[in-house]
Design a protein around this ligand. Sequence first.
Ligand code: CTP
Ligand code: CA
Length: 226
Amino acid sequence: TAPATAALPLKGKLALVTAGPTVEPIDPVRFISNRSSGKMGIAVADALALAGATVKLVLGPTRYAPTVPGVETIHVKTAADMFNSCIANYPMSDIVVMAAAVADYRPKTVVDTKIKKGAEDGLTLELEKTHDILRTLGNNKGQDQLLVGFSLETNNEKEYALKKLHEKNLDLVVLNSLKDDGAGFDHDTNKVTLFDRLGRETALPLKTKLEVAQDIVSAIIELQNG
Ligand code: CTP
Ligand code: CA
C-alpha cells in the first residue's frame, strides 16, 4: 500500500475556499445577486478535504452543501460578510481558493422599509463598488501561501484570465468560459483552462465538477512541491 502522505498529500494544511453567489439587499424584500450555484467551489472544498486538508468553506446563499465530512461551512450573505470572514481566516490559511461569484457592486444605501412603487415611470438605483476580496488577499500574500482565483469570462478569455493572475498576485487562475457547452451555471460539469504563475497553460476536457476540482487540487499540490 502507498504511504499515508501520498494518499493524503495535503494533511496538515489549512485551506480556505469561497463559493456561491453573494446577495446584496436593496430593501427588506429585494436584493441583487447572480446565477452562481456554488457547485464548483463546493467541489473544490470537497476535493481539498479528500486530499487531507482541513477546509473552511465560506459559502454564499445556495441550496447546495459540501458532501465530504469535515468541511467546516461558514454561511454568509453579502460581499462585505464574505470579505470579513476571509480576512479573519486568511492569516492561518496555507491554500486559498476563491471560487465565489462576489458582487462587484451593491446598492449604496439599503432602504429599511419596502420601496413603494411611485408615480414615475422609472427607478434609478445607485450602486457602489464592493471590496475585491481576492485582490486584497493577493496584496497581503505571505511567502508560503498559495492563492487561486477563478476568472469567469464571455470574451477575450485568455487575456482577461492572465490579467487577473498577474494583477491579483495569484499562483493559479481557473478560466471558466461561458462559451463552452456544459460549462454554464448550475451544471454538474465544467470545462476550464488553468494558467499558473510559471506560465503553464492546461486546457482540461469537459468533466464533472468534482473531477475538475481534483485537477485543480493536483495543480495546487504540484505548485506547492515545486
Ligand atoms: N473576486 C473577489 N471579490 C470581488 C470580486 C471578485 O474576491 N469583489 C474574485 C472571485 O472570487 C474570482 C476572481 O476575483 O476568484 C475573479 O472574479 P471575476 O468576477 O471573474 O473578476 P473581477 O476581478 O471581478 O472582474 P470582472 O467581473 O470585471 O471580470
Ligand atoms: Ca466580477
